[in-house]
Design a protein around this ligand. Structure first.
Ligand code: PHE
Length: 335
């Protein structure tokens, strides 16, 4: 068998130039350098070649091998930056690919909407830490030592010691109310703040419970704040959030940190049930002022706490709290 080495080299270069993808590069390598490739075939032909041809064929085969190896390396670098045949034919008249633009999660939207309303009513927005002391989460809120909400079934305790207390561990706040204590320790009245954030409770997860959810706390302290202010404020808020036809009622309730305390129910035309509970509220308990370090009898205040998931479910008719956390785009994209 005689070989036209000129022709082979020419084809080798052309083949190498046409390589446009890693796959094509591999085909090229196999064609020339593979075990059954052309160069091996040339080496194999040495056995039957006339004696005087052997050194020539051997040298040419060696050259080809070097060339092919070098070309494989070269093209390997080139594929990334140098467009192959298919990519070279860019058609600038084709429509572009629009980037997918995301948007805020529905819960974030609700939190912002609620905070905006209160900002419009003169409140400022503050945040507190999710890891809290027992003192801020319970004691300073006048929650007695033996209150069931303090036990491990109702609150997540960490194994980290609280350096500010003798034998307490830090915990995951079970409500945003410890934010009230932090604000009062740092500011003197008059003050009006809302505190949005995550809270944690070891509840079994079902359609209406989650071990983590969001609350928004409100606190207003001044001289001569009255329950009527609380009613007026929450009424104005609900009208802004749910529309002017909303009906509201204050139902007496108990919280250790407010006195008197109430739960707020709302009802609206087209709503399924007659009354739906949306938040807890009340007048700041004098004991709480005491723990916060305020002078006795000088101030009065109102406080409220609402569940963001619950509000959002009511507002949009969402049947299951788990939908908020599954991040299924079919759900999220509706809002
Ligand atoms: N912290 C209470 C809860 O989680 C809500 C609340 C806040 C009630 C402020 C009254 C005043 O249920």
């Amino acid at each position: 068998m005689s070989w036209d080495f000129q022709q082979i080299k020419q084809t080798l270069r052309e083949d190498a130039a046409a390589v446009a993808s890693p796959r094509e590069l591999e085909d090229f390598r196999i064609k020339y350098l593979g075990r059954k490739g052309l160069i091996q075939e040339i080496y194999a032909s040495l056995a039957d070649a006339p004696k005087d041809q052997k050194p020539i064929i051997g040298k040419e085969a060696n050259d080809l091998k070097k060339m092919a190896t070098a070309l494989v390396e070269e093209r390997k670098q080139g594929i990334g930056s140098q467009p192959g045949k298919a990519q070279r034919q860019l058609d600038p008249t084709l429509p572009g690919v629009a980037p997918r633009v995301g948007h805020k999660h529905l819960l974030t939207q609700t939190i912002e909407e609620i905070c905006d309303i209160f900002e419009g009513l003169g409140f400022s927005i503050q945040e507190g830490p999710e890891v809290e002391t027992e003192f801020n989460n319970f004691t300073a809120l006048n929650i007695p030592e033996d209150h069931p909400s303090r036990d491990g079934f109702d609150t997540f305790y960490t194994n980290v010691k609280d350096r500010t207390s003798k034998d307490a561990n830090l915990l995951l706040r079970s409500h945003t109310s410890p934010g009230q204590i932090r604000i009062m320790q740092e500011h003197t009245p008059p003050l009006a703040v809302v505190i949005p954030g995550k809270v944690y409770r070891p509840d079994a997860v079902d359609a209406s419970h989650s071990f983590m959810f969001h609350q928004i706390e409100g606190l207003l302290v001044d001289k001569d704040v009255k329950f009527s202010h609380l009613k007026g404020l929450l009424h104005a808020f609900c009208k802004k959030l749910f529309g002017p036809d909303i009906k509201m009622r204050f139902r007496p309730h108990f919280f250790p940190f407010t006195e008197p305390s109430a739960e707020v129910d709302i009802s609206w035309k087209g709503g399924k049930k007659e009354w739906l509970e949306i938040m807890g509220c009340g007048m700041v308990h004098p004991k709480v002022f005491e723990y916060a370090g305020y002078p006795k009898g000088k101030y009065t205040g109102l406080a409220f706490g609402l569940g963001v998931e619950r509000m959002t479910m009511l507002k949009y008719g969402i049947p299951d709290i788990r939908l908020f956390y599954e991040n299924d785009l079919r759900f999220l994209e509706q809002f």
